[in-house]
Design a protein around this ligand. Structure first.
Ligand code: ZN
Length: 229
């Protein structure tokens, strides 16, 4: 606990005075552009990775960066998504998995969950990844299986995300984009799911071409088409 309190003291003495105006502006409102859903793993630090300032990222973390499908499980993450979309009106939702994820390793070794019934029940929401990889991965090495599980979990959670009515409605009108990313802790790389290509590609910070997992908007296109007619 002493480590935490000393850290807070350092923040208050060294960091806060330099950003006093920012914190004053943020004292009674927030306007984050992105909801960032990632794993609770202590090595994944969204604000550090993206050099983000206070007020930029609405972050939600849980074991395995999981989003339960609508109507199956009312949970903190589902409530946070609804709030971010309906109230904060974020423009982006990122679901971000990571290398060496303990939750994904547990999917590979279900016996390890025997005396952890809550974790076991939670990870049922990641069964989609386990089943997809089991169908296609009989000859893969353990590290390849872990990588594919991590990818398929992100893809599966993106699909769950789209079952939430607030998300589906915002995507349909073109006001929300969704992204599936995987962060490599050791190499500081991010790979992003490209829905058009059906695969993960390395994110190139120098390129404006960001792979996207968002289905085409429909209502805004209809409006545009009607206006053009
Ligand atoms: Zn993890």
């Amino acid at each position: 606990m002493k480590r935490l309190i000393q850290g807070f003291d350092t923040f208050r003495r060294d960091v806060f005075p330099q950003q006093r105006e920012l914190f004053k502006r943020l004292a009674d409102k927030q306007n984050p552009h992105t909801l960032f859903i990632t794993c609770a793993d202590s090595r994944v630090m969204p604000e550090m990775i993206f050099s983000a300032q206070p007020g930029e990222l609405f972050v939600y973390r849980n074991i395995g960066n999981i989003v339960p499908p609508y109507a199956q499980h009312v949970s903190g993450v589902v409530a946070a998504i609804e709030y971010a979309v309906k109230v904060l009106r974020v423009a982006h939702i990122v679901i971000c998995g990571h290398s060496d994820c303990g939750a994904m390793k547990a999917l590979m070794n279900p016996a390890a969950l025997q005396d952890k019934p809550s974790v076991e029940a939670w990870l049922k929401h990641a069964d989609v990844a386990r089943y997809v990889v089991a169908e296609h991965g009989a000859t893969m090495t353990d590290s390849e299986t872990l990588r594919r599980l991590t990818e398929e979990n992100v893809v599966g959670q993106l699909e769950h995300l789209r079952t939430l009515p607030s998300v589906a409605a915002a995507i349909a009108t073109g006001s929300l984009n969704i992204h599936g990313w995987i962060y490599d802790i050791e190499h500081a790389d991010i790979s992003a799911f490209d829905a058009n290509e059906g695969r993960f590609v390395k994110l190139d910070p120098q390129s404006d071409n960001v792979p996207d997992a968002t289905p085409h908007a429909r209502f805004s296109l209809r409006v545009a088409a009607a206006n053009a007619a």
